[in-house]
Design a protein around this ligand. Structure first.
Ligand SMILES: C[S@@+](CC[C@H](N)C(=O)[O-])C[C@H]1O[C@@H](n2cnc3c(N)ncnc32)[C@H](O)[C@@H]1O
Length: 329
């Protein structure tokens, strides 16, 4: 295909924030696990007016082939020791002794389509390409979730450092549902990604013909889960050369009984009743709360609890089964 045909197509078919392409186009290799449709990088190149492209996790050469058709410079890296195209360099993005090729310093758009750590059944090292045991340890696909996300965040940061001001970085990331110890577990890369630079857009990439789009990972819940039918494309812009702004997700855990704000007395009293989970005396509720900040910061906490119970009773949320005994309605 030529540049005009490609841009005419994405100009008409990639106008909105949902990118949905059933066909992957003539680029790269459809047998390469986790490959994306070439229409995805084509849409990004078109929309952001990129005249040169770099790529971390170049895989089967989808973006490389596309850029050839678009007649624009391309450089990619991949862990594969025998890269599939001449403009893809073998490099482990986690190895600080290796530098990204110089063309990364000058590209208008940088694309990352990382492996999804822990997804069963997809392997790159020694399956999609021949490597050795050492290389396999560096393959992000083979890492557990925490290490894999740390590695992907490192790749994003390394890529960002090389970018020139005004250029864009786009990464394709997704959600994973798996059975771990027979419990269905859901994790989203979106909630663990470090976003470096100025957020421009989050796009939805519709998935077609994927295992996650068919597998419901059924558990004991009432209905099957929603099928995962999309990924995200996060697009950021690098505003300037030296300074960086990063959104880093942090996980906090705390007890709502110790929260000064956010959790109201109604929230806390309902939570205490549900936790005790039987007919509950006032003393049981006092005991449940008395050693926590919410109660300690209020000398009249017992009155507050009784007042809250009455308010909840008036709304039909709790019942006063007998004098001084309460239960969730
Ligand atoms: C999801 S695939 C990319 C597919 C590509 N978009 C395509 O269409 O073919 C992810 C790639 O990351 C590569 N990879 C895994 N760990 C890596 C690492 N530490 N450094 C560089 N590349 C790595 C794998 O070899 C694989 O090709």
């Amino acid at each position: 295909m030529n540049r005009k045909e490609i841009f005419d197509y994405v100009g008409q078919n990639a106008e909105g924030t949902i990118l949905s392409f059933k066909e992957r186009g003539p680029w790269g290799d459809s047998r390469y696990r986790g490959n994306f449709s070439g229409w995805i990088p084509a849409s990004l190149i078109y929309r952001y007016g990129a005249e040169s492209v770099s790529e971390i996790f170049a895989g089967s050469g989808t973006t490389s082939d596309l850029c050839k058709d678009l007649a624009i410079p391309y450089i990619g890296i991949d862990l594969n020791p025998n890269p599939v195209r001449k403009d893809i360099v073998s490099m482990n993005i986690l190895d600080d002794n290796c530098e990204l090729p110089d063309q990364f310093l000058n590209s208008d758009l940088q694309i990352l389509h990382p492996p999804y750590p822990t997804i069963n059944g997809i392997h790159y090292s020694n399956v999609m390409w021949r490597g050795n045991k050492e290389l396999e340890k560096q393959d992000i696909q083979e890492m557990n979730w925490a290490d894999g996300m740390k590695a992907i965040n490192k790749a994003i940061a390394r890529g960002y450092m090389a970018m020139k001001p005004g250029s864009y970085q786009a990464y394709v990331i997704g959600d994973v549902r798996q059975k771990i110890n027979n419990v269905s577990t859901f994790r989203s890369m979106l909630s663990d990604i470090n976003i470096v630079g100025e957020l421009q857009q989050i796009l939805i990439k519709a998935q077609h013909n994927t295992v996650s789009g068919r597998n419901t990972y059924n558990t004991n819940c009432k209905r099957k889960f929603f099928l995962i039918e999309h990924e995200f494309i996060v697009v950021i812009k690098k505003p300037s050369g030296y300074e960086i702004a990063v959104i880093v997700p942090r996980r906090y855990e705390c007890d709502i009984r110790d929260m000064e704000q956010a959790a109201t007395w109604k929230d806390v009293v309902m939570a205490a009743l549900r936790k005790i989970n039987k007919k509950t005396t006032l003393d049981m509720i006092y005991n449940e709360l008395s050693e926590h900040k919410k109660a300690k910061n209020n000398v009249h906490y017992k009155e507050k609890i009784r007042q809250t119970l009455l308010a909840l009773r008036d709304k039909g949320l709790v019942v006063n089964t007998e004098r001084g005994v309460w239960a969730v309605a």
